[in-house]
Design a protein around this ligand. Sequence first.
Ligand code: NAP
Length: 245
Amino acid sequence: MRLENKVVVVTGAGRGIGKGIAVRLAEEGANIVVADVNLEIATSAVDEIKELGRKALPVKTDVSKWDDAQNLIASTVREFGRIDVLVNNAGINRDAMLHKMASEQWDQVIAVNLTGTFNCMKAAATVMREQEYGRIVNISSAGWLGNIGQANYSASKAGVIGLTKTAARELAKKNITVNAICPGFIDTEMTRGVPDKVWEIMVSKIPMGKVGTPRDIGNMVAFLASDDASYVTAEVINVGGGMIL
Ligand code: NAP
């Protein structure tokens, strides 16, 4: 119960890694705001969290919209009085080779993955600065180092790392830590869309020889959000079974 009664916001928490993080933090005693663009799956994740005996609130949020991000943080403070932890997890991919990538594919991915992270951090930072307490965990990706067919995704995730390090410097004196996690290859709907052959190639590149689970990412977020990590900030942590060596 390292996060007993902490108030946590997780974006994109209706399914996949975000839901894994939300459930894992609830197991540590946190109350969770489940933000997702899809209210139906957000509500079903909330039901699961309530079964663990924690409080939970679904908030329909498109993180790429500033008004939605503001509403998310305002709703959290209205319901729970504060925000201790923000996990920026919502993300999409729209893959194509650079020379075939449509401007829309570029814009959509940057809007959700990078601008969405900025929007939620900006809204939460105001509250966390006043509280003089906060933990922000941004979900980047091993793909920030470059991936064929993912110019938009890779650029957005590299941007998240720059944003993480800048915010960590700005907020350090206010007792707010900001860190990023780079998941490797995790079993979610995002990765289940790849052809079997690509799946096999990806797994063959992982020294531990298996894909990760949303819970593996949740375990690292639980650590970074806890007092055990109170002197850890501006770090980029790989969780990928050794995929990035
Ligand atoms: P996922 O299964 O596709 O889940 C993403 C969730 O985010 C969905 O519930 C989705 O809602 C929601 N979402 C999409 N756009 C949103 C928006 N504009 N505002 C709010 N919520 C939105 O993906 P995942 O695999 O769990 O990935 C989660 C994060 O981890 C992403 O940032 C991804 O880039 C990162 N990541 C994943 C892997 C991996 O191997 N899976 C590896 C590295 C990094 P809908 O259901 O409506 O689409």
